[in-house]
Design a protein around this ligand. Sequence first.
Ligand code: HEM
Length: 538
Amino acid sequence: SGPATVSPTGSPTGADQARMAQSGSHLTNAQGTRLYDTDHSLKAGPRGPVLLQDHHLREKIMHFDHERIPERVVHARGAGAHGVFQSYGTASAVTKAGFLAPDVETPVFVRFSTVVGSRGSADTVRDTRGFATKFHTSEGVFDLVGNNIPVFFIQDAIKFPDVVHAAKPHPDREIPQAQSAHDTFWDFVSMHTEATHHTIFFMGDRGIPRSYRMMEGFGVHTFRLVDAEGKTTLVKFHWKPKLGVHSLVWDEAQLINGNDPDFHRRDLADAIEAGAHPQWELGIQTFPDTPDQTFEGIDLLDPTNIVPEELAPVQPIGLMTLNRNPSNFFAETEQVAFHVGHLVPGIDVTDDPLLAGRLFSYLDTQITRLGGPNFPQLPINRPHAPVNDMLRDGMHQTAVHRGVAPYQPNSLDGGCPFTAGADMSAYIETPVTVPEGRKVREAPESFSDHYSQPRRFWLSMSPVEREHIIGAYTFELGRCYEEAIRVRTLQVLANIDPELCSRVADGLGLPAPEPTVPLADVEPSPALSQVGGTWPVD
Ligand code: HEM
């Protein structure tokens, strides 16, 4: 590599900053001074004491001592890849987002993850998988931070610390590292029955995917798209894998965990290296933006709900191809910082109370995880659009800002006059009408049906998928120490379906309870089944 280029101010620019750490033909210390030996400490004679003046020794060990950063508080274990998103242009009918216009190509970085396990945990555990995509658009960064399951455990972010505490290992023994099979998780989900839908999804085959390349992805929340005239449409985002949706069976997952705990990350990297570039179509379900924000009676602000694809078909809007492995895991996969609030003009949020908490949480946690507020400057996070912000200084500042004090309007700084509101290419929050009401800590009545959608899921499964679900509940509950938790969970299952309940009860050697709510009269949604495929992929 040649010498790094410098900007007119004398500071290195862009990728040159990264290259600088490894340029030149000889080994140096961090100050660029050439070393003649890196294997021996400086001593008073070959058998004498090591000298404090050995700066190279101290620098080398000091840096090593600080190599680790905190792992993510959730989704700690993951694998990433670079790629490109090719827009079909079909979304232009509902959004002005530039990267969704016809034939626009946008660089992307994707990180797949498990939720519960720590960084060193195994890949093929039963868990939800993260599916986070960073679009480096010309209008700024858009992050779609989703999962491979279309619903979530809770309806309000204030419960997120609780559900994660219940799912993470026990505080005394740190067991189990990466599985749901323990009392606190089942204690939580059996008492928070809003979790029933997510739980039955990940007791199903989607909880043990065959490969990251064979998973669907979901934005989960309802988002609001805005077109150039200001007309709004509510949408749910879906990623559909070209390879179809495939899972392991439980015995395979267990064996693979023992044989190759890196199975999923190896599979992704090997496929990309071999030229078998994985592809997903991005699609949207669209709903009219009515004042009640419901569709066919389904509350679109409740993240424990899906809208069946039979009622609102997923319309393809673009194709993503992952075609390049990261060259440095730490720099890219570990330091990438996703945020549901990274939005571009034409895409807005809704009042889903789970989404509101996420809008706070990601930025907050990344300040700790990435050591201060300047992580957007890291190469993997840096926008591909020009950045001209008023943020200054702070830990790990690498920019050399110019001009006078950053405030606007600023009659002393000729550099960049700020044109407030004048430019329609700016991000303008949609002026939606907010409902009036009393300030309360309450969920709406429309969030209270916790069983109809899980029942629809159960009724949509093929016979083999039902057997897997029965086996998974029986195995997991069989490993709970407290019988009261097993009994309470059987009650939840009875409210989904009597056959599901009685089969699991038989397996546990317990009586099957009667339902405490009327069984919902719902139609199956064939698209929920992995058998037969869910998408018109060629
Ligand atoms: C990380 C998805 C709900 C807090 C992640 C990641 C994904 C994800 C994919 C991994 C990002 C990465 O690869 O770096 C989701 C989905 C949710 C959800 C789909 C619900 C629909 C929440 C909620 C909170 C939360 C309600 C908090 C109130 C976090 C935090 C991280 C994280 C703190 C770690 C971020 C980091 O350290 O960079 N989430 N999450 N999530 N999520 Fe969520």
